[in-house]
Write a protein of this length. Structure first.
Length: 267
């Protein structure tokens, strides 16, 4: 499936069947994680095959509104740092793994555990638990599939997230078509974000697409938004490959008051 189609139809699953993923499929996921560990460094993945252990320990402590997402398996990513660049990396890496799992035919759901006490995390996941902030629940969804559009999830129109030259000049559809960016930037709106805040803003400046994050007054919320920005960066890179553009984001991290300038991508 093309990444643009994939992203527009992306949906997390919150109700999983009790039947697990075949061991050979879990081994594929584990192998992919090990490859990323070598490629990136300073990260560690853990897969818990017996999901009941995680469900019982995190009940009432993680999930959506305190309701834990019960799944047959869970994958966690451990990173010791929590600086801005690391939070970007968490989003980028986890969504890359997440996409791979879904392309294998399974369903997933992000679970935030950064507010679960450290002792509980270490009891469940061992020493790596102290550095775990997010999990991916893995399995087969009971009803709605990952590829169904989330109709209730409202998305900002393009002229509220994409600008020309600076953040005061909303872009037009005609301009995006002329630049060959309409499909990518239309699809990127469907990326997932914490509380559906959609903090990303794009400024087209010459041959560059400059990425900004709309900041919150709460540092805690900004950390989570940075994870969301990492997700968007991953999807943007993957969709650009459809146009034979294999560039990477150049991260700059510059505070500009209401916004945090994340980086630029040269088309």
């Amino acid at each position: 499936m093309l990444m643009m189609d994939f992203l527009q139809k992306r949906k997390s699953v919150r109700n999983f069947k009790s039947a697990g993923v075949p061991k050979e499929e879990l081994e594929k996921i584990r192998t992919h994680c090990k490859e990323l560990e070598k490629e990136i460094g300073d990260v560690k993945f853990i897969i818990v095959e017996n999901g009941e252990i995680v469900q019982k320990a995190l009940k009432g402590k993680a999930g959506y509104s305190g309701v834990m997402i019960d799944a047959p398996h869970y994958l966690g990513l451990g990173i010791d740092k929590d600086d801005n660049r690391t939070m970007l990396a968490i989003g980028y890496i986890i969504e890359k793994i997440n996409t791979m799992i879904v392309e294998e035919g399974y369903d997933t759901c992000w679970i935030t555990i950064d507010r679960v006490d450290e002792n509980t995390r270490k009891d469940v996941f061992g020493e790596i638990g102290s550095s775990l902030k997010y999990l991916i629940a893995i399995g087969q969804g009971k009803e709605k599939k990952f590829f169904e559009i989330e109709k209730a999830s409202v998305r900002y129109p393009l002229n509220e997230i994409v600008y020309k030259d600076d953040l005061s000049n909303p872009v037009t559809i005609d301009y995006l078509e002329e630049r060959g960016l309409l499909d990518i930037l239309y699809s990127i709106r469907y990326a997932p974000s914490h509380k559906n805040l959609q903090p990303w803003r794009f400024v087209i400046s010459g041959s560059d697409v400059v990425l900004y994050m709309k900041k919150s007054s709460e540092d805690f919320e900004n950390k989570r938004s940075l994870v969301d920005m990492g997700v968007v960066m991953m999807y943007f890179e993957e969709m650009a490959k459809s146009y034979n553009i294999n560039n990477k984001w150049e991260v700059v991290m510059e505070d500009e008051g209401e916004y945090l300038k994340i980086g630029k991508f040269t088309m």
